[in-house]
Structures are given as C-alpha cells and as structure tokens.
Design a protein around this ligand. Structure first.
Ligand SMILES: Cc1ncc(COP(=O)(O)O)c(C=O)c1O
Length: 440
C-alpha cells in the first residue's frame, strides 16, 4: 500500500480537496478491460468505469492503435482554423447513428458540461427565448451554466450567483413520489404538474428548452416513464420549446441501446453526448435537428480543442469496437446479472429500499430503516471503503449519497462480474449488520 499512500499524500499536498475523491483512496497505474492495476500493483475490479466512461473497456488495443496513429499524423489543427477528416467523419457517423429529424447536424466539444452549454446556446438562439427548464436530481456538469442546471446542492456550495433564467421542477420519480400509483396514472399526474409549472412558474412563451436525462446518472439511475416522455414531447411541440436529452452518462450502450431515449421511442430536438463516446479521451457532441442547429450564429459555438483529431480518432475506433463487440447485447446480459444479485440481496437486507436501472446501469438505494426517512449515507460510504480494500472500485450516487451504482466496463467477463458482485453484496450485508456466514 506504500506507493498508493504516497501518491495520495502527494495529491493532498497540491490538489485542493474540492476536487473530490468518490472512491476512497483508490489509485490507478494502468488498466485493461475491467481491471485497474493500482500504484502498488494490486488488481481492482472496476465497477465505476471512470464514472461511466469506459464502456468499451480500458486500453482496448484497437482504440489505443487509433490514438497512436492519429497522434503521429495530426495532433491539433483547431476546427475553426483548418478542416480535418476525423472531425467530419465522426460527425457523419453520429448523424447517421442518431437521426433527429429530416436532416441532422453534429458539433464537437470536449466535455459533457461543454456539450450542455452549447446545446442551451443553440436552443436560445433558435427560439429567441431565455428560459431553460431542468429537473430535481439532475446533473449536467460543473461549468457555471451546467452547475446552475444541476440539482444537487453539494455540487453548488458557494458557487453562485448562478446563471439566470433557470427553472427547476420535479423529475418524475416513481419510487419516491408515486409508489402507490400505476405508472400511467403517475405519468399523467406528473404531466399535469408540468403544465401547471408552465403557468405558475415560467411563462411557456419564454421557454427556450427543457433539458433532462431520460435515466438520471448522478441522481441515482431514476428512469422517467416512457408515457411521461411522450407527453413532454407533445407539450414541447405545442409550445415551440426545444427538447434536449442529456445522454452523457446513459449513452453509447450503457442501457442496452445506443441512446437511452431509444427505449421510449421519443426523439429530442437536441442531444448531448460525452463519456463513453471517446473511450477515455475527452470529447463530447451536440447532435440535433438541422433546422434548430443552423439557427446559431457563426462564431457562437465550438472552441480551440473541440473535436481534437486524436479524440475524434479515439471516438471513431470506440464506436466501431462497440459495434463489433455488440455491446448493447452485452449491456443487457451484464445488467440482468447485476439486477438478479441486487434483487436477491434486497430480500435479505432491509436497508436496500429499491433496486432499479436500465440495461447495465443498475443501482440500489439504501435507507437506515424501513421508514425510508433516513438515507444510509454513511453506510454506503463504509461499503465503498470496504469494497476498495477487498478489490472492487464502486461509487455512489444520489443527493444523499445513499445509492450504490454500477458503471463497469461492458467488456467485463462473467467471472469478474460475479467476483465483484460477491464482494459488493457480502460487504453490504456485513456493513449493514446483517449476519452473513459466507460471501453472498
Ligand atoms: C448526465 C450528465 N451530463 C453532463 C455531465 C458532465 O460531464 P463532464 O463531467 O464531462 O463535464 C455528466 C457527468 O457526470 C452527466 O452525468
């Protein structure tokens, strides 16, 4: 543990604590597939995927080769200065994969937050309206506009004043708000509440865009009902509001489809992408209807590094590899295996209040007791530490940090997955004080 301990001490000496550590004192020296080797040479099963970035797996040889080849050829030109093929090829691929209407456009930047910023700028220019509606428990990044759109107050402490003309309403969370209702009834009630919001909180004619995750990532893998998404689409059409789906965490095979919105059959006007698209290199995209994207004035979008050639090459190779490996099918299999274990755990551990997710995006929500009034924040923290000491890297989610989520590389083998789940489930039983004679 010496090398890891030294590295963490050096980090603390120079990096401010606000750059948080979500998985205890984990370190990473190198990685392959679903395994990270830490600074002491210890193998750790990766259930975090660098927060949902490594769907294609660490160090995939074809992705690494594409990065090296491109780096030898052209590392940077800036798309505002000279046009290079990988940028155009990636946009062609994205437009082909994710049609948003008769004609689709795509543009590239560097991070999820930047994609969100650009999508909002496009929506405002296309509508000539200022207001943006977002949701409770949503996460859209850490730039000032993205932080303003983000719900969790812990990510915002002391960072204001926030961007104006942001209006937040309740995300349709069936587990929290509608357990006793049938899903259709719940959707209708949530849509009614949204209609009232457009009258009593922000004038519909002032609203440029509604932005949401179809399944919330940082919020704890809460999924909006398909009927609610369809109703929201109709409301946006009726009032000329741009519908933006943030696919940054859920996109690129995580849920068993290329886009999480494909589960509902609802297509947005604009969408934002990052994380697993680049196979570990920083790259993000805004994809959208040409009729909306083309309204943005020349010079208002982009940036020096946006769609860097090396990142574009990584993204193209990553997508090709995801297709070859059929990672959407694999996500279904991985998700079923995780879900089965979590459901079984829930029968033995009363602190597990909910098991939920879509495809390989699976989570459990934990409370101190049956009343569901006391989120099990410190218990989840203890489980994360315990798992790390036993060789599994896992992270939390949710406003209270009482949700454990799995975002493992989708190339994880069944053996690695089972081993990781054995450790995680056993740790949850042990740390929550349930007697456990042998690993779950
Ligand atoms: C849904 C969603 N949107 C946006 C972001 C911000 O992405 P980035 O951290 O790359 O800026 C995240 C990051 O977790 C996310 O989950």
């Amino acid at each position: 543990m010496d090398q890891s301990r030294d590295l963490i001490a050096r980090r603390r000496n120079v990096v401010p604590p606000a750059v948080a550590q979500f998985a205890g004192d984990a370190t990473a020296e190198r990685a392959e597939g679903a395994i990270i080797i830490d600074s002491d040479g210890r193998e750790v099963i990766d259930f975090a995927g660098g927060i949902g970035v490594m769907n294609v797996g660490h160090s995939d040889p074809t992705v690494v080769e594409a990065i090296c080849q491109q780096a030898r050829k052209l590392q940077h030109a800036c798309i505002h200065v000279a046009t290079y093929e990988p940028y155009v090829a990636l946009c062609e691929k994205l437009v082909d994969m994710f049609p948003h209407g008769d004609q689709t456009r795509a543009m590239l930047v560097n991070s999820g937050a930047e994609a969100v910023e650009n999508a909002i700028k496009i929506a405002r220019q296309a509508t000539g309206r200022p207001a943006v509606i977002c949701f409770t428990e949503s996460f859209h990044g850490r730039t000032l506009l993205a932080t303003s759109l983000t719900s969790k107050v812990g990510y915002k402490a002391g960072c204001g004043p926030f961007a104006p003309e942001i209006y937040r309403t309740d995300y349709p969370n069936l587990f929290r708000d509608g357990s006793r209702l049938d899903v259709e009834e719940f959707s209708e009630r949530a849509l009614d509440s949204f209609r009232r919001f457009l009258v009593n909180t922000v004038r519909q004619a002032d609203v440029a865009a509604v932005i949401l995750e179809c399944i919330q990532g940082e919020g704890g893998f809460v999924q909006a009902p398909a009927s609610w998404l369809r109703g929201l689409r109709e409301l946006c059409d009726e009032h000329g509001i741009i519908l933006i789906f943030d696919e940054v965490q859920a996109g690129f095979c995580r849920t068993g489809k290329w886009a999480s919105y494909q589960h509902s059959g609802v297509t947005p006007d604009l969408s934002t992408w990052a994380k697993s698209m680049g196979g570990g290199l920083p790259i993000s995209a805004v994809i959208g209807k040409a009729s909306v994207m083309d309204q943005a004035a020349v010079g208002t979008l982009g940036g020096t590094y946006g769609g860097n050639p090396v990142s574009c090459a990584a993204a193209l190779a990553t997508i090709r590899r995801m297709e070859e490996l059929d990672l959407n099918t694999r996500a279904e299999q991985v998700g079923q295996r995780i879900r089965q274990r979590f459901l079984e755990l829930a029968t033995r551990c009363p602190q597990v209040a909910d098991v939920r997710g879509l495809g390989a995006m699976q989570a459990i929500e934990m409370y101190e007791d049956d009343s569901r009034t006391r989120p099990a924040t410190s218990l989840v923290h203890t489980v994360i530490q315990d798992c790390l000491s036993k060789g599994v890297l896992v992270i939390h989610a949710g406003s209270h940090g009482n949700i454990l989520r799995v975002l493992c590389p989708l190339v994880i083998t069944d053996e690695q997955l089972d081993q990781g789940l054995d450790i995680l489930c056993h740790s949850i039983m042990e740390c929550s004080g349930q007697t456990e004679s042998s690993p779950a």
